[in-house]
Write a protein that binds this ligand. Structure first.
Ligand code: IMP
Length: 431
């Protein structure tokens, strides 16, 4: 297959970065199609750790073209920092390796200020955003006040629009949010300085991706966040502000509809969530703490401790449906070693009613009581396993059960942090 999307099937942090990095070896082009630097994809390559927020994970392979598509919102200051850090480590070198859509929207410091001030005012009712200004930037896009990279080409008009935005946002920050306004002059000066560095990356990425698909190139679409954080399909309002599901590759990545060959969903062997919102299988107390520390479950973007839970087959089936999944990669199986028994949520009780599929009306999720199936655990390190046969029998049974419950083939199993600690059962680019 030639065009493949990788999407999260939980609340983000499923380990997509590692799987994208692995698949990128077979791809010609890697495309981010939504979100911004609220994403943070952690990869370990040759013992070195990388955290990529905006640049697609294909950057760590020679010769791949990395595309940041029109559905994204991009903080140009953060992007340049990331580019510089990659170049310093000898990645992303060469002409045309990174292409940024003219149509992507620019995240400005006033978006960050609004995001943070709003969250502070919400107190206990806060969404728990990353604070990177993603929601306010998408708001400006939808209300047609946003600044796009395209606008940067003409500095005079851009400056006028930016001044207008600064004035309005500062008024809102002061009068409504009772927060400190941003320094408009400093922002204009800084933007004028970065402009020359950004312009060479700009590209009509829609045309580029469509042409690459027409020419039969292998294209990997790298989703950020996860299905349950999707603005339409997730646990609204505790979601991010973009569509994170596979259908977003068309609008946000430039692939003509109908040309996506496969979607690979990524799920941890357990579940995590950062920020507020319903989480039916959440584990509190010592067991949750143990998994958090064994799995290093602290936000890569914000450092916040992640909430921990059991694998939720009801939500996984939902993610299989809304993404039209071809296969599922299960990551971090090694983290469950030493836990006995392991549990899988197979249904919910909401009041007196049993649900085997997601209950209608997402508010019901907040009241859902999970029904668990228990399986005997296993122990010992799994790193080095190259096939399911090399796993302890109970770990293998656990994976097989996830396949049965989700109704989709298990394509990969992650057994450690590094690029090669992955059992590959099916590779969409090689099938
Ligand atoms: P925002 O995307 O910063 O507006 O945050 C909205 C919600 O999405 C919050 O609960 C965040 O913690 C969550 N979120 C956003 N991006 C990610 C991610 O990449 N991984 C996990 N959670 C995320």
């Amino acid at each position: 297959m030639r065009t493949v999307a990788v999407v999260g099937s939980q609340w983000g942090d499923e380990g997509k970065g590692k799987i994208v990095d692995l698949l990128a070896a077979d791809a010609d082009v890697v495309v981010r199609f939504q979100g911004g630097n609220n994403a943070a994809h952690t990869l370990v390559v040759n013992g070195e750790k990388f955290i990529l927020r905006l640049v697609p994970s294909g950057a760590l392979h020679d010769g791949k073209v990395c595309v940041i598509g029109s559905g994204t919102v991009v903080d140009p200051f953060a992007l340049l920092e990331e580019i510089d850090a990659l170049k310093k480590r000898s990645y992303l070198n060469g002409e045309g390796r990174l292409r940024l859509s003219y149509d992507a929207h620019i995240v400005m410091p006033y978006h960050r200020a609004i995001d943070r001030a709003r969250e502070a005012r919400l107190g206990k009712g806060a969404i728990g955003t990353t604070g990177f200004g993603i929601g306010p930037a998408y708001e400006d896009k939808m209300s047609r006040q946003g600044l796009r990279f395209d606008d940067l080409a003409d500095w005079k008009t851009f400056r006028e629009k930016l001044e207008r935005n600064i004035k309005e946002k500062n008024l809102y920050l002061k009068a409504v949010l009772k927060a400190k306004p941003i320094d408009g002059d400093a922002l204009i000066a800084a933007t004028s300085k970065l402009r020359r560095r950004i312009l060479p990356y700009l590209c009509d990425t829609g045309a580029f991706v469509a042409e690459a698909a027409r020419a039969g190139k292998r294209i990997l679409f790298e989703g950020a966040h996860g299905t349950m954080l999707d603005i339409d399909y997730g646990t609204y309002p505790f979601v991010t502000s973009s569509n994170c599901v596979a259908s977003a590759v068309f609008a946000g990545g430039g692939l003509p509809p109908g040309q996506l060959d496969a979607t690979l969903g990524i799920s941890k062997a357990y579940a995590t969530r950062v920020g507020s919102g319903p989480f039916p299988t959440e584990i509190h107390g010592r067991l949750g703490d143990k998994l958090r520390s064994e799995g290093g479950e602290f936000g890569s973007a914000t450092g916040r401790p992640r909430r921990i839970g059991w694998f939720d087959a009801v939500l996984a089936r939902y993610a299989v449906r809304v993404n039209g999944m071809w296969g599922l990669a299960v990551t971090k199986l090694d983290v469950l070693s030493g836990i006995d028994p392991v549990k899988i949520c197979v249904g919910y009780m909401v009041g007196k009613e049993r649900y085997d599929e997601i209950p209608p009306g997402r508010h019901a999720l907040a009241k859902a009581k999970p029904l668990y199936e228990e399986m005997p655990g296993w122990s010992g390190g799994l790193n080095g396993a190259k096939s399911l046969e090399e796993l302890p029998a109970n770990a293998r049974r656990y994976i097989e059960r996830l396949g049965q419950l989700t109704g989709v083939p298990i394509a990969m199993v992650g057994v450690g942090a590094s690029r090669d600690a992955t059992i590959v059962l099916k590779n969409p680019f090689r099938d």
